[in-house]
Design a protein around this ligand. Sequence first.
Ligand SMILES: [Zn+2]
Length: 115
Amino acid sequence: MLEFDAARCRTNVRKAETGDLLDRITVFREDLEPGAVPIIERELRDRGIDALAISQYEQKRPRIKASAGYVLKCSLCHRPAINQAWGWHKMWGFLPVFPRLMRWCEEHQPRSDAN
Ligand SMILES: [Zn+2]
């Protein structure tokens, strides 16, 4: 088990996008190292986001959960998924190989007119 590296965490947090930090501190809070929580909260406070704004974000952020209770991630990025469906896993990005349960966040959700 690696020891928690607070300095490294701070560097990482400082470079992260605000939306990413908000997701980590709310939707994916259970995945965080306990030591990372105050670092992220402090960084958000420095960016002008207080506890109230964080809890509002948590309430409004759409996401879907696995039956085990944890929040599912988008198959293409680290944001919370809002939708899932069977799709084809594509080799090299275009050659369909095998069906796979795909999940998408708001940004990666396939447009209905894409077919
Ligand atoms: Zn995504």
